[in-house]
Design a binder for this molecule. Structure first.
Ligand SMILES: Nc1ncnc2c1ncn2[C@@H]1O[C@H](COP(=O)(O)OP(=O)(O)O)[C@@H](O)[C@H]1O
Ligand SMILES: [Mg+2]
Length: 367
């Protein structure tokens, strides 16, 4: 009786991937089956190139097929899954099958926004966390990628308790808190060892956090970037040409210098400047209600004018805002919640406008 393709597939159902513990048929690893007389040639697609277990897999395939009556000769050809095949597989393996990362696809609906500042300590992470929750409250799906591996603080600010789940080297289930999906590059670095990743390693890690995290179907991914124009900033420009930037600044007029640097980089790399959030704008006296501009004023206005982009809002210096960060409860403070709701509304409108190409590209009329 002639051997059929069905016989072969049936037999291969019993061959399991040693790492994923599933049949290679179910894992869509059997790519091709050729039968000519008693000679069978099968092509197996490995999940990753140079898979250390490739010998084991091809031996198991060979042995199993040799037991099929009528087969005299077995040839096993190994190949590697395409990026798309692998992605689909990981999607099927993930607990939430629909939650595959499409973030870097050309037609993705996710807008990736780098939150950036010229220097540290201006409240970049605080703004990222509170803005994320404010957007979520407006019915949008939001994720945060904490790319500030030197000073990562997002998990703490957001009140994340669980660790990220690593399904395999290619798939990480993000953490979640306050309705926001979160992943922090810093969680993958040993806290006791100083981070000494250099350019290429950082870029690679950053790319992996975009492509290998099983982000849900996000409207926005906010990237909390390290301050300045370092390696992560460069990678962001290289990897996400359709990305946008949100600038966080304090009211000091020196901010304008920073603005021109960021604008120059954005223009060179065709990133679009979404807008500015001025943080620590004023302190409202709890007794008399008077607003005092502790860090001066004018910096953000000047910056907005120079760059031709909107100032999305001013966040006051608030004890409640600091406390809500310390306890991992973004927007717990009512005044903060109100301010961020406004910022979120403008942010969303402006991002969609930019996306639709209604506004001029990065830099506007800036210097
Ligand atoms: N508007 C604000 N009012 C009060 N405290 C703030 C405000 N913004 C930031 N902070 C506090 O300032 C510190 C630095 O903020 P952070 O968001 O970590 O800055 P960055 O990410 O830019 O380094 C934190 O302790 C934070 O709680
Ligand atoms: Mg920070």
């Amino acid at each position: 009786m002639a051997i059929t393709k069905e016989d072969i597939i049936q037999a291969l159902r019993e061959v399991y991937d040693p790492e994923l513990h599933r049949s290679i048929v179910d894992l869509h690893m059997v790519r091709a089956v050729d039968i000519s007389g008693g000679k069978v040639r099968v092509e197996i697609a490995l999940t990753v190139a140079g898979c250390p277990l490739q010998k084991t897999i091809s031996e198991s395939v060979r042995q199993r097929l040799q037991q099929v009556p009528g087969i005299e000769e077995v040839e096993v050809k190994l190949g590697t899954m395409t990026e798309q095949e692998r992605r689909q597989l990981v999607g099927e393996l993930s607990p939430r099958a629909e939650a595959r990362s499409h973030i870097l696809d050309e037609d993705t609906k996710t807008v990736i926004v780098g939150v950036t500042s010229g220097k540290g300590g201006v409240g970049k992470s605080t703004v990222t966390a509170n803005l994320a929750v404010a957007l979520t409250r407006q019915g949008l799906r939001v994720g945060i990628l904490d790319a500030d591996i030197y000073g990562f603080s997002i998990p703490h600010l957001m009140g994340v308790e669980n660790a990220p789940v690593v399904l395999d080297d290619q798939a990480i289930v993000p953490q979640s808190a306050n309705g926001v999906q979160i992943i922090s590059m810093g969680s993958f670095v040993d806290e006791k060892t100083p981070v000494v990743w250099r350019g290429p390693m950082l870029t690679k890690a950053f790319q992996q956090f975009l492509s290998d995290v099983l982000w849900a179907d996000l409207d926005y991914l906010l990237v909390d970037m390290p301050p300045g124009t370092g390696d992560i900033a460069l990678s962001m420009y290289q990897l996400i040409p359709q990305g946008m930037l949100l600038l966080v600044t304090t009211p000091q007029p020196v901010a304008a210098n920073v603005a021109s640097r960021v604008a120059a980089m954005a223009r060179k790399t065709r990133q679009r400047l979404l807008g500015i959030v001025e943080n620590m704008s004023y302190f409202r006296c709890p007794h008399c209600g008077e607003a005092t501009p502790i860090f001066g004023r004018g910096g953000a206005d000047e910056m907005a004018e120079r760059l031709g982009i909107p100032l999305l809002g001013r966040v006051p210096l608030e004890v409640g805002l600091r406390e809500s960060g310390d306890t991992g409860n973004p927007l717990a403070d009512p005044e903060t919640a109100r301010v961020f709701a406004e910022i979120a509304g403008r942010f969303h409108a402006r991002a969609q406008e930019l996306r639709a190409g209604a506004t001029q590209a990065a830099g506007g009329n800036g210097e």
